[in-house]
Design a protein. Structure first.
Length: 649
């Protein structure tokens, strides 16, 4: 019998590093041995650096199975691998790569029995996990309570955030959901029971893929096995890692200590998802002998945009100072645009978009960014009026969101008593009434048109919820004024909102914006008539354009990170909207808001407009005078120009 010995992969492909990399990038690719922190400024080519570093290691003869590449999306990992394969002219099939969850899944399949699971365990997505939590509520008898109880989605978010930050559920409740503190013992009991139920069913959720992976690595023998295997570890978007991911990486790199992380502390904006900026700030303290590399040459933006970005971020104290250097030719200064109100703000942006489009800039190369979702309502209306097709990046259009549809369902049934869908949607918001009871109530009501008789056979808890619905329905039906009606609905809906969603405050702001909008209408019927036009709009291209990609992007800044456009409009840049009011009492939160401003600005290649309305109508205080964001006052006047609007009307 013959034997055949496999040798480590070495590529005979010639890679011209000097030709394809600048001096800063080349240093990382060739010299990043041991713990290495790569501080990659916006638009500095961090993906290229990771690809070439990966290719460099493989060309040196490091076996693919001894390299771990952790990214935040599988798509990013696949892109890097494909580009590295092109460079090396060889397959990288055995490379450990992908998201933390993907790599955790592979590891857990190999070691499942040590955790009391079988290797064929099932992974449940968020929807299935929430259904399992609902079963736990049922099993524990918590659906029998007289009061409304936190919804399954909210409990799942508390559990998931606690897992990601290595905290207890009560710590998460105290910090983010203080309005449900009274339910803390029950929530902890549900989560504990949920964990037991998963194990009994041989299932794991997405959080388990990391928490169980860390639990495995805390076993000395298993940790030694995997840390010895991974000669080199590469981590992308390190500023977005959470405490749980940090602990996993620390253990995996403990043997060879060849850990290279790439990130930008100036773009750490996801603390609400448990991302911990201290992971990157403290990296040199945790990993002894860390080399720090800076990528500061920017290939994306004009010098004027970068001057503004550098001016923004220099005011943060907790950071690794960087100065972005431009490669592009000079262009226009960023513009600060003062508008009379949010309506004039929308008119200005609508007009500028059409002008720029006529000058040759495609709609797909423009974006409107905002701090909070509610800020874009008037803008959406303006886009519809001007027939400018748009999409909302990473989210739903304003009127497609669940909380907006919930509240509008009450108005719809006062105008059309035969609207079965709206009736069921509205009544399900009230305590004790689920879909099955909603069907029964509707079945009787549709025949008799008598609410009282429809509720006679309901159990006591459902009767209480029905009485609340009936009383609210009567109040809404008694008024033709949409503002009055929506205010009455919001009194009830607020509690439901806080018990159902982890971002309840933002949703309530959306609803307050809806009330503000309704004040322009004489009655509910006319209000709903206009809304039906907005709801039907599906973003068809203007003038039946054949280019399906010719669509404007509207996006929150959080959703826009990692993207870029020729032209960016940053709207609503006034006090008490940007920075977010909740950040004003915390220096660390305020610094994150400043990083958010930095991220918004650095999405721009060429032209930036920052707009702020001088007056706005608020739900609580009526019309108020506003000032530009405090961040504007921090800037030198020479980094932007101002536009004064002449209103011919």
């Amino acid at each position: 019998m013959k034997t055949y010995k496999l040798k480590p992969f070495t590529s005979d492909a010639h890679i011209d590093y000097e030709q394809n990399l600048n001096t800063q990038q080349l240093r990382v690719v060739r010299d990043a041995e041991g713990p290495s922190l790569v501080l990659a400024g916006a638009g500095s080519g961090k993906t290229r650096v990771l690809i070439y570093r990966l290719a460099y290691l493989l060309a040196k003869g490091v076996p693919t199975e001894n390299i771990l590449l952790a990214t935040f999306t599988n798509r990013a990992a696949n892109e890097m691998i494909n580009r590295a394969e092109v460079l090396l002219k060889s397959s990288l099939k055995n490379l450990w790569s992908g998201t933390f969850h993907h790599i955790g899944n592979i590891t857990l399949r190999k070691e499942a029995e040590k955790l009391g699971f079988s290797a064929n365990f099932t992974i449940v997505d968020k929807e299935d996990a929430c259904d399992l939590l609902e079963d736990c509520l049922q099993d524990l008898g918590l659906y029998k309570r007289e009061k409304m109880f936190p919804k399954k989605n909210l409990i799942y978010n508390i559990y998931s955030l606690a897992a990601s930050s290595l905290q207890e559920p009560d710590e998460i409740i105290n910090r983010f959901h203080s309005h449900i503190e009274d339910y803390t013992p029950e929530v902890k009991k549900i989560i504990s029971y949920y964990k037991k139920k998963k194990k009994a069913a041989n299932v794991m959720d997405f959080s388990d893929l990391l928490t169980n992976w860390l639990y495995l690595l805390e076993d000395g023998a298993i940790c030694k096995k995997y840390s010895q295997n991974f000669s080199y570890i590469l981590v992308d978007e390190y500023q977005d890692t959470n405490k749980l991911q940090f602990e996993i990486i620390k253990l995996l790199s403990c043997h060879h200590k060849n850990i290279l992380v790439v990130g930008d502390d100036a773009q750490s904006i996801y603390s609400f998802r448990a991302a911990d900026i201290n992971n990157i700030l403290d990296f040199p303290k945790v990993f002894e002998g860390t080399q720090i590399f800076k990528l500061e040459i920017n290939y994306r933006s004009s010098p004027q945009i970068l001057n503004l970005a550098n001016e923004i971020i220099r005011h943060n104290l907790n950071q690794f100072p960087k100065t972005l250097e431009p490669k592009k030719d000079p262009q226009e200064l960023p513009y600060l645009v003062k508008t009379k109100d949010v309506y004039q703000q929308a008119q200005f942006i609508g007009q500028r978009i059409i002008e720029l489009n006529r000058e040759g800039i495609a709609l797909k190369n423009m974006a409107v960014l905002f701090r909070s979702r509610f800020q874009a309502l008037e803008l959406e209306m303006e886009m519809l009026k001007r027939n400018i097709p748009y999409i909302v990046r990473g989210g739903m259009r304003f009127f497609e969101q669940a909380h907006i549809k919930d509240v509008l369902s009450y108005l719809k049934i006062t105008i059309n008593s035969q609207d079965e869908l709206s009736f069921k949607r509205a009544i399900c918001i009230h305590k004790g009434i689920g879909r099955s009871f909603a069907y029964k109530i509707w079945d009787k009501y549709s025949k008799t048109r008598d609410l009282e008789s429809a509720a006679k056979t309901l159990p006591k808890r459902q009767r209480d919820g029905f009485k609340e619905f009936s009383a609210l329905f009567a109040k809404v039906q008694a008024t033709k004024n949409p503002v009055t009606a929506l205010n009455e609905i919001l009194k009830i809906y607020k509690e439901y909102c806080y018990l159902s969603f982890d971002n309840a405050d933002e949703r309530i702001q959306d609803l307050e914006e809806l009330i503000k909008m309704s004040s322009n209408y004489p009655d509910i019927k006319q209000f709903l008539l206009d809304l039906s036009t907005y709801e039907d709009f599906k973003g068809e291209s203007r003038a039946q354009a054949s280019d399906k990609e010719e669509i404007l992007v509207l996006s929150t800044i959080h959703q826009a990170k990692g993207l870029e456009w020729e032209v960016v409009f940053l709207i609503g840049f006034c006090d008490y909207e940007f920075p977010h009011p909740k950040s004003l009492g915390s220096e660390s939160a305020l610094e994150e808001e400043r990083r958010l401003f930095y991220v918004a600005v650095t999405r721009t290649k060429s032209l930036l407009h920052i707009t702020y309305p001088q007056t706005k109508y608020t739900y609580r205080n009526g019309a108020i005078i506003t000032r530009p964001s405090m961040f504007i006052n921090e800037l030198n006047k020479d980094v932007y120009d101002e536009i004064m609007i002449e209103d011919r009307y």
